[in-house]
Design a protein around this ligand. Structure first.
Ligand code: GTP
Ligand code: MG
Length: 569
């Protein structure tokens, strides 16, 4: 990792380790399920294929992450329970919740065609996740009982609702009929009104689904005499149970008891104070810039498997940029983003109230959308390559109290980009010239920027070789809302009404203040005393803006940032 004077910004990152012996549960649900299910014409009230797709994703999650031992899901949600002693990503909450949601989102996209062969995925699925801390087995038991009770209640309600609608009632009439009804009344309505015995409905609808790890005998090889050699292996299996929080169900699975513990009694009542704790989510500090930084997980391996060009693969970087554009278009509070290699930083405006500033919701929504987009867009950028491994990302949220510190944060990332890129360019050129990887590493040990510069010129035979490399490699990518040119607006005719701004990808020097001076609307406030008071201070990045804003910017003759000095970083 590169060292620079900006490194101090790391001290704003907060610890979020979940201490032992707390049991970690990650709860996920679809961020916009009603729209997603509407657009993809899911059967109401339950679409079995959609549920099986969720189950397939959960199974893939259990297979990918050995420390997840149990999961339970229904409708558009799933809960994943980790082994009690897990050290997964050193028990850091944001790492855990983001990795799970990212992997789940990617698998949802990749498995879609298996479950919905006739239906095109029209927009990316996006999920949210949070960590539920269970202080004891009793709390975990209550959590599971609570989720299964919700499964039952919502399924019973929705079954009644859609039967009423199918039989001529409007949605509001149906809701009115069901208002205040008890379980028994709903069962009677179904039986007498529609000849449906609720208890005979499919178990997957009424009870939800558990995917859990259990030990099974596995044949590793056969001896010469033909007899099998068997070993115990952990396998994810799918089960349904009427009461997943009962002793009889839980205690039947040795793995669950060994890795988590027993249920001492049956859970008769779900304590409201426990439910309150399940719903608790911490919020990010008000009036601070929020940066969500995401980073590809094991991208070293991912880039090898997919034969990315070394040290920079323009297609891979452009794919990252394209996903960032989608994220900006979706979350209007993101005013700027900066990406390099397998990471991206998204800056939310200071006063953002996105998800009431609940950290896990913001992080997971951004990571999930980015991951879905990356998977969906893969073929666009790598038409000749199959996606061999699911790409997934981790994410974190960090608050920065002032614009100056925020800009130092971004400068830190850009310095890192430059230092890593210069090193990697040298490294791979040395390898290409015949050195082994360890020889190249030793050769570069302790070299300064100027020496690397000269080395590149010497090896390539091109003067100032480093600066002939594409700006995207040297400066990373900045994605932000920018004013459209007048010509562009004019060409769009009527369509341009209210669309003066668009998301652009640029490869510019964001360390130099000139960039921020030329784009005052990004931060929307004065910084470093560089701006005179007045209209600049009140300019805001807007998606659907009053045309006057862009005219105002132009009439003040804002010059474009100069091409950055070549070895500027
Ligand atoms: P974790 O993030 O800790 O999971 O590790 P990681 O393997 O993702 O490595 P890290 O995030 O530290 O660094 C990103 C890695 O992605 C680089 O070391 C490269 O191996 C790889 N990578 C990213 N972009 C490119 C590219 O354009 N070309 C190639 N060849 N590799 C790339
Ligand atoms: Mg990485």
């Amino acid at each position: 990792m590169a060292n620079s004077k900006y490194e101090y910004v790391k001290s704003f990152e907060v610890e979020d380790e979940i201490m032992l012996p707390i049991i970690i549960v990650v709860h996920i649900d679809n961020r916009d399920f009603s729209r997603f299910s509407e657009v993809h014409e899911f059967v109401k009230p339950n679409d079995k294929r959609a549920l099986e797709l969720m189950n397939e994703c959960a199974k893939a999650v259990l297979e990918q992450f050995p420390d997840i031992i149990f999961s339970y899901g229904f409708c558009d949600e799933y809960s994943f329970v980790f082994k009690k002693q897990t050290k997964f990503y050193h028990r850091r909450a944001s790492k855990i919740l983001s990795l799970i949601i990212s992997y789940f989102s990617t698998i949802y996209v990749t498995k879609w065609k298996e479950l919905f062969p006739q239906t095109e995925m029209r927009f990316p699925p996006s999920f949210q996740s949070r960590v539920i801390s269970c202080a004891s087995m009793e709390v975990l038991q209550s959590y599971l009982a609570w989720r299964q009770r919700d499964c039952h209640l919502s399924n019973q309600y929705n079954t009644c609702l859609w039967e009423l609608i199918r039989n001529g009632k409007s949605e509001t009439e149906a809701q009115e009929i069901l208002k205040g009804t008890q379980k028994q009344e709903k069962n009677e309505l179904l039986y007498q009104g529609f000849n449906i015995n609720y208890k005979e409905q499919e178990t997957i609808f009424r009870q939800g689904t558990c995917i859990l790890k259990t030990e099974v005998q596995h044949i590793v090889k056969y001896k010469q005499d033909g007899s099998p050699v068997q070993r115990l292996r952990m396998k994810a299996i799918k089960v349904h149970s009427k009461n997943i929080a009962s002793r009889s169900f839980w205690n039947d699975y040795l793995c669950l008891c060994r890795e988590l513990g027993h249920f001492e009694e049956d859970a008769n009542k779900i304590k409201p104070e426990y439910v309150k704790s399940f719903l608790h989510v911490s919020k990010l500090m008000p009036s601070t810039w929020i940066v969500i930084r995401i980073d590809g997980c094991h991208f070293h391996r991912f880039s090898d498997v997919h034969e990315f060009e070394k040290p920079n693969d323009a297609r891979a970087l452009n794919l990252m940029n394209s996903c960032a554009v989608s994220v900006l278009e979706e979350f209007k509070d993101i005013v700027f983003s900066y990406g390099v290699s397998d990471e991206y930083s998204f800056v939310l405006k200071k006063e953002s109230q996105l998800y009431q500033r609940r950290s896990s919701e913001i992080v997971s929504a951004v990571v999930s959308l980015f991951s879905s987009m990356y998977t969906m867009k893969w073929k666009e950028f790598f038409p000749q390559k199959e996606l061999k491994h699911p790409p997934y990302f981790d994410g974190r949220a960090v608050c920065y109290p002032t614009s100056e510190i925020l800009l130092d944060y971004l400068a830190w990332r850009q310095v890192d980009c430059h230092i890593n890129n210069q090193y990697n360019t040298c490294f791979w050129m040395l390898v290409k010239s015949g050195k082994s990887k360890s020889e190249a590493q030793n050769y570069l040990k302790g070299t300064q920027a100027q020496e690397k510069h000269e080395l590149l010129t010497r090896l390539s035979g091109i003067i100032d070789y480093y600066n002939t490399l594409p700006l995207m490699f040297r400066q990373g990518s900045s994605v932000f809302w920018d004013k459209q040119e007048e010509e562009e607006i004019a060409n769009q005719g009527k369509d341009a009404v209210g669309k003066c701004y668009k998301v652009v990808v640029d490869h510019c020097n964001i360390i130099e203040k000139s960039f921020w001076e030329a784009h005052p609307e990004i931060l929307g406030e004065k910084f470093n005393g560089n701006f005179s008071s007045g209209s600049y201070g009140s300019l805001r990045r807007i998606t659907c803006c009053d045309c006057k804003v862009s005219k105002l910017a132009r009439s003040n003759n804002l010059s474009l940032p100069e091409q950055p000095a070549t070895n500027f970083l």
